[in-house]
Design a protein around this ligand. Sequence first.
Ligand code: MN
Length: 732
Amino acid sequence: MAKDGVMTIENLIEKASKYLSADDIAFIQRAYEFAKQAHKDQYRKSGEAYIIHPVQVAGILVELKMDPVTIASGFLHDVVEDTEVTLEDLEEEFSKEVAMLVDGVTKLGKIKYKSKEAQQAENHRKMFVAMAKDIRVILIKLADRLHNMRTLKHLPPEKQRIKANETLEIFAPLAHRLGISTIKWELEDTALRYLNPQQYYRIVQLMKQKRNERETNIEEVIEEVTKQLEDVNIKAELSGRPKHLYSIYRKMSEQNKQFNEIYDLLAVRVIVDSIKDCYAVLGIIHTCWKPMPGRFKDYIAMPKPNLYQSLHTTVIGPKGDPLEVQIRTKEMHEIAEYGIAAHWAYKEGKQIQTGKKSFEEKLTWFREILEWQTETHDAEEFIESLKIDLFSDMVYVFTPKGDVIELPSGSVPLDFAYRIHTEIGNQTIGAKVNGKMEPLDYELKNGDIVEVMTSKHSYGPSQDWLKITQTSQAKNKIRQFFKKQRREENISKGKELVDKEIRALGIEPKDVMTEENLKRVYERFNFVNAEDMYAAVGYQGITAALIATRLTDKIRQTRQKEQDLAQTIEEVNNDAKEKKAHKKDSGVKVEGVDNLLVRLSKCCSPVPGDEIVGYITKGRGVSVHREDCPNIQTEEAKQRHLHVEWEKHQTQKQYHVDLEISGYDRRGLLNEVLQAVNETKTNITHVNGRSDRNKMAVIQITILIHNTDHLRKIVERIKQIKDIYSVTRTVQ
Ligand code: MN
């Protein structure tokens, strides 16, 4: 490649004529004339006529042996951007294909790259390839960049640095991926010159100093190998392999090596006619000099992902220094230098096709790599190289900050939003693309700058979003949102249903919704918490009635007991009313007084056997109390005491006694008490029962008894009942 000299149009035509037909030459010449006319009053920063630039770009493409359409597009690559000429003009004047290629190059020119981390550089490279659509656009762009780098000195220093950096980060790696090492090396070397001029010129200087010594050594080696090859009749071209500045620089800085350690390595390249010869040459070299272990690489059997093929070996050379040898065929050499361009090099009778055909060709290319690639050690690089074509179904867009986001083609701003952050996705209310509001189903295009508008008050995704979005990431996040939202709905619906069922049981929900009770029930049904339980009711995984029944079982038991109790009490009382005997005779006689109105006091209900005392009331006769009745113990009351005694032989008479029985509140206790009393053939006239918070049951019964002996028996009998704490005779 003519690095220094400027290629004239005549040089270019002459070179192109070697592989293009007269018609093709006429076609590219017409493109040149058109470009020259379009740029006629324009000059470059260097002061030269502008047309020199497109001629150099087209010249580089000729050196890559590209097809006439690509070369013509090289001539025309700046006309749409810099002159009045439109794409329609180009299509009319030349072809749709030319217009498409020029359009691609123009668009690539608009991508602005801000140096960021490695991942961003990688995304930018992918974006380049994806935007290019046709890989020839990249080749034209690489040629364009190469010439711009060659003339970088005319730009101000700040711009030089930006361009050089961009070249190192984007263009050189792209050239490498495409296997175009000639362009890659020149781009890297030139970039280094502007990014680190001190080191660059130092290495140049060191290389000059060593040149003579090296050249002598190389000549010796070449002479020896040539002689050996002549003996076995193998035709070969031998040359000293040029070392590239940037690769020396990188080895020095990355591996922290001295210049001598790198540059002293002698390197020879042998180019032969056939693969068979490659291995023959390898054998001869290994017989002449001792191979260094672990340095032999067979890239013929296992090509590099970018199609590179060669045999590599290092031997201990004639001077005792390591000697690097690369052996390859002419064809392999072409691919080593020109990569994909060599693969697609224009050959007479084989027109490069566009559209489907060219895509099929690309696929063939990748299939070949796949077949060749049997080793996995370069897997990462291999995958990357595959991506170049496979990610034609990806779209690359910018965040407002200039980061590149990779999305499947067909993606919409919502996919972008969910890629940035789930919350951003959920709160999206609109999107600006390239500063203009666009609908949420706008299909993103390569290079779009996307700005998502969000609101904290957004209602979140709508069902439509599932249809609009392209990425599974976005779809999953949207589904998650709905699931979560539905869960909340299910919880509140479930709670409502459970409350309703509880009310149907005649119970206020709040009476059973204690934390303890809820926990007991959700654990009973193996839920982690009450919300899970309600949610399950909401989506009908379990019935509300079942939950309500469980939640209320305790309170219902208690109420049932109360009801039972009330019923028993009522029955007994009714019974007693019917049987009520109207015996007026108190069975007490007052000493010395007959027919005195005597009645038994209700407060202490004395019965025969009790010590009793009479009490003279005002106008209501004598009331009989137990001697120890607290109601008649005052001094004043004692004045009214009167001696009374029980009549003898009065077994038929019955007297009311109030008993208070307390015990542990359990089911059936009251019945047992009542049964015990019944067993003693004692009538009950009244019964009442209640229980308190401490599980204490208190039963009050009024019974009809004959005397204290009778009473004692009953009390003893009751006391024998399980869970009875105490039995007392009450005084009102
Ligand atoms: Mn240009």
